[in-house]
Design a protein around this ligand. Structure first.
Ligand SMILES: [Ca+2]
Ligand SMILES: [Ca+2]
Ligand SMILES: [Ca+2]
Length: 483
């Protein structure tokens, strides 16, 4: 009898070990908890699966990998494990994902403990941010993108920040301003009617705007410029002054200088506008052909959930999406290693740090390292060394012209690593315009290899590999494409 009791208690402990401590902490406080249930089978097995995938697929082009990896991820998501979990939970309706094989659902404690015991369940995380109830939102203005003239800087100002990273030299000597590349902006809203942006919008070729019909059958009505997964609407515009954060970041990627000053690193790239939940933004960007995803937000305190974001990000990079994120502005308010958060603290997400015009790190910029030693399924990069972040750096401002709401155009007061990130996303666009088949992980490697070393010698936890160098990075991408 005694041994049987022992066995039972060991088994119970095992199942609870499959539940994120942050979920367990909520058990006493709420009737039910929103959880994301990671199923057993995944494309990549942590912690080394990503590195092995890159090594095994170094000869495959990005276009081919995009299609093959999406097909594989969707096949895994339909392997029956999600069905088994939802059946055991007695839930017909749940948010099913494919970028990771997982479901998100609100469940009572006893149900969570029951399903944690299933073989099909790998781990139960706190739930991803979800979809709002479907709304019938519409675009405030559907702009028919005007025919674009051949790109020229003639008669336009080119600010010092773009000169300092060598972007104008790439435009002029390589005839490359980011043509053919789509950069998805995961933002809180972007003024897509802005004269410096409106010619550079990506539009969904299968969708007619403003007819209230989901023409392309992707489940989203009128998703013409992208989609707002926060409000459940196709409206991705900057509705308040606060939302112009996204107008500024989009301007740094692709502002074309129609108003007189070129603000964009890649002024002929196209912008796909997304807002809200990361898991849906990743999936949308991949399915609708984005090449780069620019993220200017930081999520603190995710605990083991950092591993879920890492797996999702590694899957996206395998599928050819270059992920870029500013490194945050928490130098003064948070201890290392918590200054650099999610997503920018993930190894395969290019984390952008900041320097001022004299290449000094401003006092607000978050510093590395980042630790992964305590994160479930990973455990790599333990402290004290940790993972060196940022990866590269650019200019967080203030002091260079930025787009803004009407009347504030080409102001220069905003600052933050939110604005370093889009410089890096713009350079990624120039690199992919030159070498579209280069794998996403190679973009990160080549950026770091060609950055201008700053601060302490070598890659360091203040400035990463150094200041991004668009000319050297694009040249390296061209050379790599010929290998
Ligand atoms: Ca649609
Ligand atoms: Ca429509
Ligand atoms: Ca250095």
């Amino acid at each position: 009898m005694i041994s049987l009791c022992l066995l039972r208690s060991v088994a119970a402990a095992d199942f609870s070990a499959k539940i994120d401590p942050q979920v367990r902490a909520r058990f006493g406080k709420a009737e039910s908890v929103r959880v994301t249930i990671l199923c057993r089978t995944q494309l990549l097995e942590p912690p080394d699966g990503f590195g092995r995938f890159c090594a095994d697929h170094e000869s495959r082009g990005r276009t081919e990998l995009r299609a093959a990896v999406i097909t594989r991820l969707k096949a895994i998501a339909e392997n029956g494990e999600q069905d088994a979990v939802l059946k055991a939970a007695d839930r017909a309706n749940a948010e099913r994902h494919w970028i990771v094989n997982a479901v998100t659902v609100q469940l009572p404690r006893r149900t969570i403990e029951k399903i944690a015991a299933l073989d099909e369940v790998k781990y139960v995380y706190r739930g991803f941010a979800g979809l709002p109830p479907k709304r019938s939102g519409r675009l405030s203005e559907a702009v028919v993108p005007a025919e674009r003239e051949p790109f020229s800087v003639k008669g336009r100002n080119v600010p010092w920040n773009l000169e300092a990273i060598g972007a104008p030299r790439v435009w002029a000597r390589k005839k490359n301003a980011g043509e053919g590349v789509v950069v998805a902006m995961l933002e809180g809203g972007v003024d897509y009617t802005h004269p410096d942006l409106r010619r550079n919008l990506w539009t969904n070729p299968g969708e007619t705007p403003g007819n209230g019909i989901d023409d392309d059958g992707n489940g989203l009505v009128d998703d013409y410029y992208g989609y707002n997964f926060r409000t459940g609407s196709c409206e991705v515009g900057a509705l308040t002054a606060k939302h112009h954060h996204g107008t500024v970041t989009s301007g740094i990627v692709a502002g074309d200088g129609s108003g007189g000053t070129i603000t964009g690193v890649a002024p002929r790239a196209r912008l796909m506008l997304l807002a809200g939940a990361g898991v849906y933004a990743y999936q949308y960007a991949l399915e609708h052909g984005a090449d780069v995803l620019s993220m200017s937000f930081s999520i603190p305190g995710l605990g083991d959930g950092r591993g879920l974001w890492r797996l999702m990000s590694e899957h996206a990079v395998c599928a050819g999406l270059v992920l870029v994120s500013g490194c945050g502005n928490f130098q003064q308010s948070a201890e290392i290693p918590e200054q650099i958060r999610i997503p920018e603290g993930i190894p395969c997400v290019i984390g952008a740090g900041g320097v001022d015009r004299s290449l000094k790190v401003p006092g607000f910029c978050s510093l590395g390292p980042v630790e992964w030693g305590t994160v479930k399924f990973y455990g790599d990069h333990p402290l004290p060394e940790g993972l060196i972040k940022p990866d590269v750096c650019a200019f967080p401002g203030p002091g260079y012209p930025q787009l803004g709401p009407a009347g504030e155009d080409y102001g220069s007061q905003r600052r933050g690593n939110s604005f370093s990130g889009p410089h890096i996303a713009g350079v990624a666009a120039l690199m992919l315009s030159a070498a579209p088949e280069l794998q996403a992980w190679r973009i990160q490697e080549l950026m770091e290899a060609t950055a201008k070393d700053t601060g302490p010698a070598g890659k360091d936890c203040r400035t990463g590999a150094g200041l991004i160098d668009a000319w050297a990075a694009v040249s390296a991408a061209e050379a790599a494409a010929k290998e």
